[in-house]
Design a binder for this molecule. Sequence first.
Ligand SMILES: [Zn+2]
Length: 69
Amino acid sequence: MARGPTHLPGVSMAGSFHRVRCGDCENEQVVFGKASSVVSCAVCGTTLATPTGGEAELAGDVVETVEAR
Ligand SMILES: [Zn+2]
């Protein structure tokens, strides 16, 4: 019998990070591609990412995408 923490099959810890430029203040901020909660701009508070259950919906310009591994 399995014991300890449950590992969800098919769910990887890896994901992408996106450098997003805020459309309001041009602050650049790194956002996890699978963010599970709303990510707000650290400078002006504008929503930069909205969780969807999978890849977060990004607002503003994606300057750079970094694949985590
Ligand atoms: Zn901002």
